[in-house]
Design a binder for this molecule. Structure first.
Ligand code: TYD
Ligand code: MG
Length: 460
């Protein structure tokens, strides 16, 4: 019989190898490989076939009642989960340490308990006194929430099984969990997987909704939650820039709802506050009409979201011009600069370029191209863009502006916030909420900025 061989696992991606190495071949992480218990080779079970038990197969028509949803009462949180937590489901909330995961979970559970739900919060990182202090700060001292400080899965399950079955159980965090069934140290992939699996199995059997909190670490010292993403029904990421107080909860996987849905929060002195109108927040108070700022009418999930894109083009002091981007993709910026140069004669190549999405938001939508291009052209020309105008449209390599989805809801949101004009891709069916200028290509966009037009003429 084949000997069990590989016994080293990457703590970041879970790849198993036969020998130790400084760098993981699979995820390129450094110093992430740790020795773990021997893993039996694949196919070991086939040699000695174990007789299984029969189960009934069903067709798709079989009617099930939709699983009950448990609303926490925090609207932003409930929307991201797809309308409340599904009974028997497991959900992973990932994020950088210190971003506010514990705060969010404690608050969600507190609200759920206040409405009469039975919620259990198990903290493996903080002592009970610390959790109580935090709850007091957030005004949740009266919430009938059950608290526990434990890290051993067997203890946690024994405690929960002995009492009333809870509606929601939160484990903060999975990195501290360990099971007595394994020899490996807490925090290793094997421990994390086995412990999470036991909890998920309990949730499925009992109908409790399980919330797992996981840190995403860069140095790979502790196993990343990536290795248990396939175990859970939904994965939410809590993100934000450290210097800003906005936090965005984003669904990246959800078996019971839409992904791309976001919830916006603001970190205050007394916990997280919901932001019902994020556009107003991300636009801030725009008082100065400086060149290089354009308002992008974006979409996050099903929700329109307005934000400001700021660009600064300045003469470069060095041979290699600098490109610095916050909240956007560097590759996308390079593409827009190339298209502006090739298709509209706007040569920014030798200058330093800074591009910033205001408020610490991260934009991934290609629809932001037109706003970025307008901000860049405006900064280069030294001419502010009209203040009451929003932009959206995707730029293709040919320089054409391509239509984007849901133009209608973007325009409506802009109108709601007091904008009166929009620069939109040609062919957008505008319904008259705003005065729309259809733009066919980048040359047309540049020609709408007066100084840029003059400068280009002078150069000809
Ligand atoms: P925390 O929830 O502990 O982060 P995580 O669990 O993701 O590691 O949040 C930590 C930060 O949040 C901490 O730096 C302080 C800040 N905070 C506030 O600003 N106001 C509050 O009311 C609370 C509870 C935390
Ligand atoms: Mg925490």
């Amino acid at each position: 019989m084949a000997k069990s061989s590989a016994s080293f696992a990457c703590q970041n991606c879970g790849a198993v190898s036969a020998k130790w190495a400084g760098k993981c071949e699979s995820c390129n992480g450094w110093n992430t490989i740790v020795e773990e218990g021997a893993v039996p080779p694949i196919g070991a079970g086939a040699a000695k076939r174990i007789k299984g038990r029969k189960f009934a197969l069903e067709d798709l028509k079989t009617q099930d009642t939709p699983p009950p949803r448990r609303m926490t009462g925090i609207a932003e949180f409930d929307r991201v989960t797809g309308g409340g937590l599904v009974a028997g489901s497991a959900l992973l909330v990932g994020g950088d340490p210190g971003i506010g995961k514990s705060t969010l979970i404690l608050q969600a559970l507190g609200e759920y308990a206040k409405q009469g739900g039975h919620a259990v919060y198990i903290s493996g990182e903080e002592a009970m006194a610390q959790v109580r202090m935090r709850a007091a700060r957030m005004g949740l001292s009266d919430a009938p929430l059950m608290l526990g400080a434990a890290t051993n899965v067997e203890d946690i399950l024994a405690t929960i099984e002995a009492g009333n079955p809870p509606g929601i159980i939160a484990i903060d965090s999975i990195q501290t969990l360990w099971t007595g069934a394994l020899d490996a140290a807490p925090g290793t992939v094997a421990q994390l997987r086995t412990a999470s699996f036991d909890l998920v199995r309990y949730a499925k059997a009992s109908g409790a909704a399980l919330l797992l909190v996981g840190h995403v670490t860069k140095d790979g010292q502790i196993a990343g939650p990536k290795v248990i993403e396939h175990l859970v029904d939904a994965v939410l990421y809590f993100e934000g820039e450290r210097g800003h107080h906005f936090r965005v909860l984003r669904a990246v996987k959800n078996r019971f709802g839409a992904t791309d849905e976001i919830g916006v929060f603001e970190m205050t002195g007394s916990g997280l506050a919901e932001v019902a109108n994020p556009s107003a927040l991300f636009l801030g108070d725009r008082t100065s009409a400086a060149p290089g700022t354009a308002v992008f009418a974006g979409l996050e999930g099903t929700r329109p979201l307005l934000c400001e894109i700021q660009a600064l083009v300045s003469a470069s002091a060095y041979g290699t011009p600098r490109r610095a981007v916050v909240g956007w993709d560097t590759g996308r910026l390079a593409m827009i600069l190339a298209v502006l140069d090739a298709r509209a004669g706007v040569g920014i190549g030798a200058a330093d370029v800074y591009l910033n999405v205001a408020g610490g938001l991260k934009i991934t939508e290609p629809a932001a191209d037109l706003a970025a291009a307008a901000a860049l052209a405006s900064s280069l020309a030294g001419e502010p863009l009209p203040r009451d105008t929003v932009f959206f449209g995707e730029i293709s390599l040919s320089g054409d502006i391509r239509p984007v989805p849901q133009a209608e809801s973007r325009l409506k949101e802009a109108a709601k916030l007091g904008f009166s004009k929009a620069f939109v891709p040609a062919g957008t069916r505008a319904t008259g909420v705003l005065h729309c200028t259809e733009i066919a290509n980048v040359a047309e966009l540049v020609s709408l900025i007066p100084t840029a037009r003059q400068k280009l003429r002078a150069a000809e």
